[in-house]
Design a protein around this ligand. Structure first.
Ligand SMILES: Cc1cc2nc3c(=O)[nH]c(=O)nc-3n(C[C@H](O)[C@H](O)[C@H](O)COP(=O)(O)OP(=O)(O)OC[C@H]3O[C@@H](n4cnc5c(N)ncnc54)[C@H](O)[C@@H]3O)c2cc1C
Ligand code: FES
Ligand code: FES
Length: 1327
C-alpha cells in the first residue's frame, strides 16, 4: 500500500494557460491532447514515432536545486501527458500569431522562404525558438544541431537554415559579379529584432509547485492503465517493488515506440519526478558518475565539461561517447531520452552501450533492499539473468571510469546518413598497453547492429593479449573477430556482407588511430625498442582516420532582377513570399486534419491485406464489433456504385494482389477505437500462385501491365558493326517513397439535403476525387463538392490515391449517416500507397575511342506493382525522355511496366525521368571509363549542339542547354576542381573525391492536349477586393502566390487586394491534376484571361475617369450593371504522340539545366560528404524567383535522397519493412551540400508561356544525380588505384553499403561470403 498521500490532479501549463486534468488517461500523448482536446492544431502529426520533428514543442521545467528554468525541445507524439506534471509547454501558437504578434522566428522563416507546403514549419519554428531561448546568438554548430531532428520534404533546408543564420552575428556580405543579377531573395531590413526580454515568463505557480516540500504521489487512472508519479526515492522503490513489471517511463522514447509500433501493453507505468539521486553528477578521482535520469543532451554537456577539465588521457571514453552523442537521433530525442532509459533498453543498435561496456562502466542499482553495483558488460548487454537488474531494482546512476595513461578508447558508427539515423553497425574499442610498451595488456571490443543485442568480442580480445600492436596483430584480430561475431546471411536488417566488412574496417581504423597515438606516447616516454618497432603510417593512409564533419550549408542564389522600369506594385518576377508563409510559421494555416471536429463525426481506419497474392476466404468482424465505440465495418458489399475499376478495386473482393491492399474499413467513435478494432478483424486467406515481386521474376513470368513502348531512329544494328568498342551494362534504380509530411487524409461530411456531400481532402486532383466519389456512391458529381485548402506535400503521391481514401470514407459517411474522418498513420501510408517505380535498365552502346557514341540501345523495365495506375504513362514518359541531352543518331529506347504483387506504383516528381535517365548517364560514364576520358568530355561530345529534332521528331533549340552547361562549368570552376580532386586522390588512399557535371533537358507537361487546359474564376467585389479561384492546388509550390501575382499584374492592383480561398470543384469544375510542372503555366493563363475580360469590361469606365481609383471604377461598374465576375479559360498547349509512327509533339517546352556536385567518400565505411553543388537552371523569366529557386533546391535535395539514401526494403513475402522515418531516410539538414549554389540563367525567354516563365516543379529532381555520379567518380578513383574494373553495375541509391562494397580491398576480401542458395535473405531487391 502506498505510504504517501495521493493526488490524481495533473497540472501543467500550455502557452501560459493552466491545465488541470482530473484523472488523465496515461495512454494519451501530448500531440493528441493539443490537437484534439484543446484544439491547438499548429503542432502537426508526421510520423508518431519521434522521427520527423513535425510535432516539436518546447518543454520548460524549473529545477529547484539550481533554481534555473530549463527549456528543451520535445516531440509531442512521444510525450505522455501524465509525464507533464509541473511543466510548461509552448506550442507554435504560444510563440506568436498573425492575429496578435508574429515572433521574429516565424517572420524570418516565412520571409526567407523557408516554408513551402508549411507542414513542417511549426515544428521548425519550435526547434529554432527553443534554440534561441537558450542561445540568442547561435553558432553554426548549434543551428545544425537544433534543426537535425526536423525533416522537411519540400525546401531542401537551405532557406530554413538561412532564416536561423539571421540571428547569428553577421557574416560579411557576398559580393557577386553581374550588374543586373541579384543574390538576395529577402530584405533583412524588414525583420523585427529579437528581444529575449519579450518572451513569456515561466509560470510562477510551477516554481512554487516545484519548491513545495509537501509533495504527494500522483496516481492517474485511465480506462486501461495506471500511471504513478512517485515523489520521493523511497516511494519510487516501493512502487517498483509493488509493480516490478511496470516500466519506469523516463523519456518514453523507447517505451512509447514499443507500445505504438510493436503493440506492447503495460497496465502500470511509473514515472518519477526529479530526484537528486537520479540526476547526480559526481566527479571522483577515478571516474564520473552520471545520474540515470540525466537526458542524453545533459550527458553530452557533462562529458564535454569533463573533457575540457581533465587531461586528455583520462577522457578517452568520454570523447568516444561524446562523438556518438553528437549524431545519435535528433536533438528532441536527445533531450527527452535519458541515460538510464538508453542503457536499460539495450537496443541492439545502441550507440552508447558498446562504448560504456568497453570503457568498463558500472551500473549503480537501488531497491528497497539497498544499493549494489553491477558491471555494464557483455553479459548484462546480452540480457543474462545473472548479470541483470532484479525486477524490483532501478538504475540510479552509471559510473564511467577515467581512461588511463596507456589506454585508448574509440567509437565508430556507420548509418545510412550522417545524423539522426540508426546505425548499421557501431563499435566501441579499447586497448590498454603495458606501461611504456606496445604490448597489449587488456583489449575490449563491442559491436552494435550485428546481433539481437550489443555483441562483445570477448574471446577474440583474450586471444590477442600480450601481442604487439602491429600489422600481424591486425590481420589476426580481423580473423578472430569475423569468426567470433558471425552474422548469418539471413540476419535481421540485412546488409550482412557490409556489416561484416564494417566490423573489420572499424578495427582497421582503430588500429591506425592507436598506432598513431602509441607512437606519439612511446616517443615521448622513451627510446624503447617498442618505440622503434611501432610501424609508421604513411601520409596517404592517414585519411582513414578523419571523420567527416557536418557543417552548416551555405550558398548563393542568383536570379535576374526585374526591369527597373517595372512599376513597384507589379509583383511579377519579384521574390514574393509564399502567400501562406506567415500562416505556415504560426501554425494558423489549416490542413485537412486541422478542420475542427464536426458534429457527430466518426473516425475510420483501414484493414489491409497481409498476403501478397491470395483468395479471401472469409472476413470475420465479430470481435471488432464487440469493442467499445465500434460503429460499423465497411466492406465492398456496402459500396452502392462502382467499386473502383475491374482491375483496381477500392476494397478488395475475393482476391488480394499485394500486402497493404485495402480490404475493409472500421468506423468508430474515436481514432484509437477504430485502429484497435482493425486488429480484431479476422481474415482468412488461401495463398495463390504466382507471387511476383521482382522485375526479374516479372520478366520470367511475362507479367506486364501494358504493351512495350518503343522509339527507334537510324540503323542501330549496322551502327554497332562500325564502332571501335561496344559495352553492355545494367543499371538498377530503387523506388522512392513520396514521404509528403502530411499523410493521406480526408474528411467527408454528408449533408442533410439531396444526397449532397462535402469532401475535404489532401489531393492534387480534386476533380478526380469528386468523380470517384460520384461513381462509388452512384450520386451525380454535381452533388459532391471537393475542397482543397492546401496540401502538406504531394510530389505526385496525391494525384490518384486520395480518390480511393475519399471514396471509401464517403461510403462510410453515407452508410452511417455521419461525417467520417480518415487520417492515415505514417506506417499505413507508406504500406498502402506506392511510390516511384523501381527500374532495371540494360544498355548496349557502341562508340568510337574518341568518346563519340554511334549506337545506343536501352531497354528499361519498371516495377509497376499490382495495378496499372499511372504505369503506362510513366513508361511512355520514360522512353520519351531517355535520350536526355544527347544526340545519338542510331538509337533504340524501349520500356515496359512489370506487374508484380506489390502496392501499385504511381506518379512521382519527374515521372520516370529521374530513374530512366540514370541509365543513360551511367552508360555515358561507362563509355568514358572505356575510353579513358573524363565523363564530362564524353557528355559534351554527344550533347545536342544545334537546332535539331528529338528521337520523336520534335524540333527544339539546345542553345539554353549549352548555356546552362557552360555557365555551370564556369561557376563551379569545374576544371580546376577536377584537377584538385585528382591531386587529393593521389595523396589519400582511404578517402577519395569525385566530381561530376550532368546536363539536363527536361520536358514539361502531359503528352496529351486535353490535359493542357485550365479555368479560373475571378470575382471583384464592390469594395474593390478580388477573389481568385483557379484549378490548381496549393501543394507548397506556391501556385496561389503566383496566381495572385498574375492577377495583380493584369488588373494593376496590389496583391493585398486579392485573395484565394481554396480550390473547389464548385468554383472551377473539371480540373486537371496539379502536376507535370505546368500548374502555374496553364492556370496562370486562365487567371490572366479572366482578368483581361474584366479589364476589358472596365475599360470604358476607366477611360471616362482616368484619375479615379480602383474602388471608384468598381463602384461605377456596379452602378452600370457591368458584371464583375469572369471565368477565364486556357485551351492549352497542343501535345500529342503517335506511338505507331514514333513521332509527335508530346511536350510544350523543355527546361534545361546543369548541375555540378563534388563529394568525398570514406572508402572504409562508404560514407560520403557533399562538398559543393552548383546548379544553373533555365527558368526563363521566373514569375517568382524565390519560389522557383525553392522548387529547384527542394527537388534537387529530394533527388539526392533518391540517389543516395532513400532505400525501400521488402521482405521475401512482399511486406514493406521501411515504414517510418527511422527505417527510410529522406535527407535531413545535415545532408545538404556544404556549399549549395543555384543560379537562374539570365536573358532567356520562351514565347509560349505566361510572361515567358517556365514550370520548374520537377526538373531539379534529376539534377540530384550529379551527387550520384560524383560518388561514382570517387568510387572509380578508388577502384583504379586498387586495379579493379572502373565500370561497375550502377546501383541507385549509392548507399554507404554499396559504396563500401564497391571500394573493394583486403577487408572486403577477407569477409565470409554466403552462397545465396543457402539462406533466406531478410529483404529482396525489387528493381
Ligand atoms: C526517433 C528516435 C531515434 C533514435 N535514434 C537512436 C540512435 O541513433 N542511436 C541510439 O543509440 N539510440 C537511438 N534511439 C533510442 C534512444 O536512445 C532510446 O530510446 C533512449 O535512450 C531511451 O531512453 P528513455 O529515457 O526515453 O527510455 P524510456 O523509454 O523512458 O525507458 C526505456 C526502458 O528503460 C527502463 N528504464 C528507464 N530508466 C530506468 C531506470 N532508471 N532504472 C530502471 N529501468 C529504467 C524503462 O523501464 C524502460 O523499459 C532513438 C530513439 C528514437 C525514438
Ligand atoms: S509526429 Fe512526432 S516526431 Fe513525427
Ligand atoms: S515545407 Fe517543409 S515539409 Fe513542406
Amino acid at each position: 500500500m502506498p505510504s504517501v498521500s495521493n493526488s490524481d490532479e495533473l497540472i501543467f501549463f500550455v502557452n501560459g494557460r493552466k491545465v488541470i486534468e482530473k484523472s488523465p488517461d496515461p495512454e494519451v500523448n501530448l500531440l493528441f491532447y493539443l490537437r484534439k482536446k484543446i484544439r491547438l492544431t499548429g503542432t502537426k502529426y508526421g510520423c508518431g514515432g519521434g522521427g520527423c520533428g513535425a510535432c516539436t514543442v518546447m518543454v520548460s521545467r524549473y529545477d529547484p536545486k539550481s533554481k534555473k528554468i530549463h527549456h528543451y525541445p520535445a516531440t509531442a507524439c512521444l510525450v505522455p501527458i501524465c509525464s507533464l506534471h509541473g511543466a510548461a509547454i509552448t506550442t507554435v501558437e504560444g510563440v506568436g500569431s498573425i492575429r496578435k504578434r508574429i515572433h521574429p522566428v516565424q517572420e524570418r522563416l516565412a520571409k526567407c522562404h523557408g516554408t513551402q507546403c508549411g507542414f513542417c514549419s511549426p515544428g521548425m519554428v519550435m526547434s529554432i525558438y527553443t534554440l534561441l531561448r537558450n542561445h540568442p546568438e547561435p553558432t553554426p554548430d548549434q543551428i545544425t544541431e537544433a534543426l537535425g531532428g526536423n525533416l522537411c520534404r519540400c525546401t531542401g533546408y537551405r532557406p530554413i537554415v538561412e532564416s536561423v543564420k539571421t540571428f547569428s552575428p553577421r557574416s560579411p556580405c557576398v559580393v557577386f559579379r553581374g550588374v543586373q543579377m541579384c543574390t538576395k531573395l529577402y530584405d533583412e531590413d524588414e525583420f523585427q529584432p529579437l528581444d529575449p526580454s519579450q518572451e513569456p515568463i515561466f509560470p510562477p505557480e510551477l516554481i512554487r509547485m516545484a519548491e513545495d516540500p509537501d509533495k504527494r504521489r500522483l496516481t492517474f487512472r485511465g480506462p486501461r492503465t495506471t500511471w504513478f508519479v512517485p515523489v520521493t526515492l523511497e516511494d519510487l522503490l516501493e512502487l517498483k517493488a509493488s509493480y516490478p513489471k511496470a516500466p519506469l517511463v523516463m523519456g518514453n522514447t523507447s517505451v512509447g515506440p514499443s507500445i505504438k509500433f510493436k503493440g506492447e501493453f503495460h497496465p502500470v507505468f511509473i514515472s518519477p519526478l526529479r530526484f537528486p539521486e537520479l540526476h547526480l553528477v559526481k566527479n571522483t578521482e577515478n571516474g564520473l558518475t552520471i545520474g540515470a535520469c540525466c537526458s542524453l543532451a545533459q550527458v553530452k554537456d557533462i562529458l564535454a565539461e569533463s573533457i575540457s577539465e581533465l587531461p586528455e588521457e583520462k577522457t578517452q571514453t568520454y570523447r568516444a561517447l561524446l562523438k556518438h552523442l553528437r549524431s545519435l537521433a535528433g536533438q528532441q530525442i536527445r533531450n527527452m531520452a535519458t541515460l538510464g532509459g538508453h542503457v536499460i533498453s539495450r537496443h541492439c543498435y545502441s550507440d552508447l552501450n558498446p562504448i560504456l561496456s568497453v570503457g568498463k562502466a558500472a551500473l549503480n542499482l537501488l531497491s528497497e533492499e539497498g544499493a549494489r553495483q553491477i558491471p555494464l558488460d557483455g553479459s548484462f548487454l546480452a540480457g543474462s539473468a545473472s548479470a541483470d537488474l532484479k525486477p524490483e531494482e532501478i538504475l540510479a546512476s552509471v559510473y564511467i571510469p577515467h581512461s588511463r595513461k596507456w589506454e585508448f578508447v574509440s567509437a565508430f558508427r556507420q548509418a545510412q546518413c550522417h545524423h539522426n539515423a540508426l546505425p548499421d553497425v557501431n563499435a566501441g574499442m579499447r586497448v590498454l598497453f603495458s606501461e611504456g610498451t606496445d604490448t597489449i595488456e587488456d583489449l575490449s571490443i563491442a559491436f552494435g547492429g550485428v546481433g539481437p543485442a550489443t555483441v562483445s568480442a570477448h574471446r577474440s580480445c583474450q586471444q590477442l593479449l600480450g601481442r604487439h600492436w602491429n600489422a600481424l596483430l591486425l590481420d589476426e584480430a580481423c580473423r578472430h573477430l569475423l569468426e567470433e561475431v558471425s552474422l548469418p546471411g539471413s540476419a535481421l536488417g540485412g546488409k550482412v556482407e557490409f556489416k561484416r566488412t564494417l566490423m573489420v574496417s572499424f578495427l582497421f581504423k582503430f588500429y591506425l588511430e592507436v598506432l598513431q597515438g602509441l607512437r606519439r606516447k612511446l616517443k615521448l616516454s622513451s627510446e624503447s625498442a617498442d618505440s622503434q618497432r611501432s610501424p609508421v603510417i604513411a601520409d596517404r593512409f592517414l585519411s582513414a582516420l578523419e571523420d567527416f564533419q557536418v557543417t552548416l550549408p551555405q550558398g548563393v542564389q542568383t536570379y535576374q532582377r526585374v526591369d527597373p522600369r517595372q512599376p513597384l506594385q507589379d509583383p511579377v518576377g519579384r521574390p514574393i513570399m509564399h502567400l501562406s508563409g506567415l500562416k505556415h510559421a504560426t501554425g494558423e494555416a489549416t490542413f485537412c486534419d486541422d478542420i475542427p471536429r464536426v458534429d457527430e463525426e466518426l473516425f475510420m481506419a483501414l484493414v489491409t491485406s497481409t498476403r501478397a497474392h491470395a483468395r479471401i476466404i472469409s472476413i470475420d468482424s465479430s470481435e471488432a464489433f464487440a469493442l467499445p465505440g465500434v460503429v460499423d465495418v465497411i466492406t465492398a458489399e456496402d459500396i452502392p456504385g462502382a467499386n473502383g475499376a475491374d482491375d483496381d478495386k477500392l476494397l478488395a473482393v475475393d482476391e488480394v494482389l499485394c500486402v497493404g491492399q485495402i480490404i475493409c474499413a472500421v468506423v468508430a467513435e474515436t481514432d484509437v477505437q477504430a485502429k484497435r478494432a482493425t486488429e480484431k478483424i479476422k481474415i482468412t486467406y488461401e495463398d495463390l500462385e504466382p507471387v511476383i515481386f521482382t522485375i526479374e521474376d516479372a520478366i520470367k513470368h511475362n507479367s506486364f501491365l501494358c504493351p512495350e513502348k518503343k522509339l527507334e531512329q537510324g540503323n542501330i544494328e549496322e551502327a554497332f558493326e562500325n564502332v571501335d568498342q561496344i559495352v553492355e551494362g545494367e543499371v538498377h534504380v530503387g523506388g522512392q517513397e513520396h514521404f509528403y509530411m502530411e499523410t493521406q487524409r480526408a474528411l467527408v461530411i454528408p449533408k442533410t439535403e439531396d444526397q449532397e456531400l462535402d469532401v475535404y481532402v489532401s489531393t492534387q486532383d480534386p476533380a478526380h476525387v469528386q468523380k470517384t466519389v460520384s461513381s462509388t456512391l452512384n450520386i451525380p458529381s454535381n452533388k459532391i463538392t471537393c475542397h482543397v485548402k492546401r496540401v502538406g506535400g504531394g510530389f505526385g503521391g496525391k494525384v490518384g490515391r486520395p480518390a480511393v481514401f475519399g471514396a471509401i470514407a464517403a461510403v462510410g459517411a453515407v452508410k452511417t449517416g455521419h461525417p467520417i474522418r480518415l487520417v492515415l498513420d505514417r506506417e499505413d501510408d507508406m504500406l498502402i500507397t506506392g511510390g516511384r517505380h523501381p527500374l532495371f535498365g540494360k544498355y548496349k552502346v557502341g562508340f568510337m575511342n574518341s568518346g563519340r557514341i554511334k549506337a545506343l540501345d536501352i531497354e528499361c523495365y519498371i516495377n509497376g506493382g499490382c495495378t496499372l495506375d499511372d504505369s503506362e504513362l510513366v513508361t511512355e514518359f520514360l522512353v520519351l525522355k531517355l535520350e536526355n541531352a544527347y544526340k545519338i543518331r542510331n538509337l533504340r529506347l524501349r520500356g515496359r511496366a512489370c506487374m508484380t504483387n506489390l502496392p501499385s506504383n504511381t506518379a512521382f516528381r519527374g515521372f520516370g525521368f529521374p530513374q530512366g535517365t540514370l541509365v543513360t548517364e551511367s552508360c555515358i560514364t561507362a563509355v568514358a571509363a572505356k575510353c579513358g576520358l573524363p565523363p564530362e568530355k564524353v557528355r559534351e561530345k554527344n550533347m545536342y549542339k544545334t537546332i535539331d529534332k528529338t528521337i520523336y521528331k520534335q524540333a527544339f533549340s539546345p542553345e539554353p542547354l549549352i548555356r546552362c552547361w557552360n555557365e555551370c562549368l564556369d561557376k563551379s570552376s569545374f576544371h580546376a576542381r577536377r584537377t584538385q580532386a585528382e591531386e587529393f586522390n593521389r595523396k589519400n588512399y582511404w578517402k577519395k573525391r569525385g566530381i561530376a557535371i550532368i546536363p539536363m533537358k527536361f520536358s514539361v507537361g502531359f503528352a496529351a492536349t486535353s490535359y493542357h487546359q485550365a479555368a479560373a474564376l475571378v470575382h471583384i467585389y464592390t469594395d474593390g477586393s478580388v477573389l481568385v479561384a483557379h484549378g490548381g492546388n496549393e501543394l507548397g509550390q506556391g501556385i496561389h502566390t503566383k496566381m495572385l501575382q498574375v492577377a495583380s499584374h493584369e488588373l494593376k492592383v496590389p496583391m493585398s487586394y486579392m485573395h484565394i480561398c481554396e480550390t473547389s470543384t464548385a468554383t472551377v469544375p473539371n480540373t486537371i491534376a496539379t502536376a507535370a510542372s505546368v500548374g502555374a503555366d496553364v492556370n496562370g493563363r486562365a487567371v490572366q484571361n479572366a482578368c483581361q475580360i474584366l479589364l476589358k469590361r472596365l475599360e470604358p469606365i476607366v477611360k471616362k475617369n482616368p484619375d479615379g481609383t480602383w474602388r471608384d471604377w468598381i463602384e461605377a461598374a456596379f452602378e452600370q450593371r457591368i458584371s464583375l465576375s469572369a471565368t477565364g479559360y486556357f485551351r492549352g498547349y497542343k501535345a500529342f504522340m503517335d506511338w505507331e509512327k514514333q513521332e509527335g509533339d508530346p511536350f510544350p517546352y523543355y527546361v534545361y539545366g546543369a548541375a555540378c556536385s563534388e563529394v568525398e567518400i570514406d572508402c572504409l565505411t562508404g560514407a560520403h560528404k557533399k562538398i559543393r553543388t552548383d546548379i544553373v537552371m533555365d527558368a526563363c523569366c521566373s514569375l517568382n524567383p524565390a519560389i522557383d529557386v525553392g522548387q529547384i533546391e527542394g527537388a534537387f535535395i529530394q533527388g539526392m535522397g533518391l540517389y543516395t539514401t532513400e532505400e525501400l526494403h521488402y521482405s521475401p513475402e512482399g511486406v514493406l519493412y521501411s515504414r517510418s522515418p527511422e527505417e527510410y531516410k529522406i535527407p535531413s539538414v545535415t545532408d545538404v551540400p556544404q556549399q549549395f549554389n543555384v543560379s537562374l540563367l539570365p536573358n532567356s525567354e520562351t514565347p509560349l508561356t505566361i510572361y515567358s516563365s517556365k514550370g520548374l516543379g520537377e526538373s531539379g529532381m534529376f539534377l540530384g544525380s550529379s551527387v550520384f555520379f560524383a560518388i561514382a567518380d570517387a568510387v572509380a578513383a578508388a577502384r583504379r588505384e586498387r586495379d579493379l574494373a572502373e565500370d561497375f553495375t550502377a546501383q541507385s541509391p549509392a548507399t554507404p553499403e554499396r559504396v563500401r562494397m564497391a571500394c573493394a580491398d583486403r577487408f572486403t576480401d577477407m569477409i565470409p561470403r554466403d552462397d545465396p542458395k543457402t539462406f533466406k535473405p531478410w529483404s529482396i531487391p525489387i528493381a
